[in-house]
Design a protein around this ligand. Sequence first.
Ligand code: TRP
Ligand code: SF4
Length: 430
Amino acid sequence: MIIDPWSSQNYDYDKLFDNFGISRFEEHLWKDFPSPPFFFKRGIVFGHRGFDAIKYSIKNSSPWALLTGLMPSGKMHFGHKIVIDQAIYYQKLGADINIAVADMEAYATRGYSLKEARKIAIEEYILNYIALGLKPCRIYFQSENHHVKDIAYLLSKKSNLSQVNAIYGFSGSTNMAHVFAPFIQTGDILHVQLEEYGGLRPTLVPVGVDQDPHIRFCRDLASANRLYSIIPQNGKIGIFVKIDENIKELLDEAEEVIKEEGEVVERKDGYKAIYAKVNDLYALDRKLAEVERKHDAYSFLLPSSTYHRFISGLDGNKMSSSRPQYALFLTDEKEQIKKKVMAAKTGGRISAEEQRKYGGEPEKCMIYELFTYGIVKNDEELKEIYEDCRSGKMLCGHCKKKAYELITEFLDELREKREQARDVINEYLP
Ligand code: TRP
Ligand code: SF4
């Protein structure tokens, strides 16, 4: 089984933990954050890799970056919104926000020219991001950033064809620009740790779970390019030099860093190893990566990621621009919304009488799902809807009307803000 980031799949979310080693996004990770947002409380963000580094940075008010990307293709729908909701939340917490426009990926995999991709990115995505409340931050185009492309090329030396085929299932006829897309995405994710963009620091990549192969690949490439490996074992930390040149010098330098952060337990030059006790593993990691950079290595801290569940389309399958009648777009007009909402799959019973008797099933209902994905903001209100549905007190006709009103109200406001966004878009673009 593989996850293919370029095709739409249905996911059995529970299997992703065991099959791919994604960790559960448990409550203790976020419950101390200021006003926890709906996508945490309602389980929409469900998985992560290495989020502890981000939690650590937030807790200690130390610098960290957020990098996510958008594929400029089709139109922006409610499923695309969740990642920007997250960026907006983290921006308020002080994250340095970076957004990649994947124009090269759109060229390689979707057949758009760079010019078309740029236009779609601005009109369909970036204006909406600003309208949704994203404050000035850095948005850039892959094709225009040579640091991104350099990292893609330089780090690619530590990977090979078998590895990418095993992850992505490429075949002999896959075009090479497509094969290179994951490397460019690695460039996106890691370049924010270059000196020019703020230096070595934890980086969070919030994405839909279809992007996990890219995250795994990026973390593999980052770790393959490190000169030290740092391995916690039995209460100690093992620090090993991975190369065969400058071993003594690298061990000496590691020893100095260790003394700043704790103590050396044992040094074994023959094993290219030092065992240590340190208080702050993150600080140790960062300082060792700095040492590596002095040796001209392409060293980066492993990026962290979070994964959100995809919102369903109104028929219960995946929401996607390729099935427009079942997707809710941020630019939909009232009439379209009415039609789509009225035709949506619900958890209602075959007759009003049955529904009053047995109650509805919000778990199976696309209208209820829309409510949970942010259309209803207040948790108490959401709970009330749930209970009124379950008990049969509320019927679907009434509920859909409510959904229609909330959605149109939200989109009317967004439309206005989108027009105002045109005046400030230059504060976001290079
Ligand atoms: N591949 C992503 C998509 O299909 C877009 C993307 C490009 C991205 N670079 C990124 C996402 C970096 C996260 C981080 O939507
Ligand atoms: Fe869905 Fe509302 Fe009908 Fe319940 S009453 S099944 S929540 S539309």
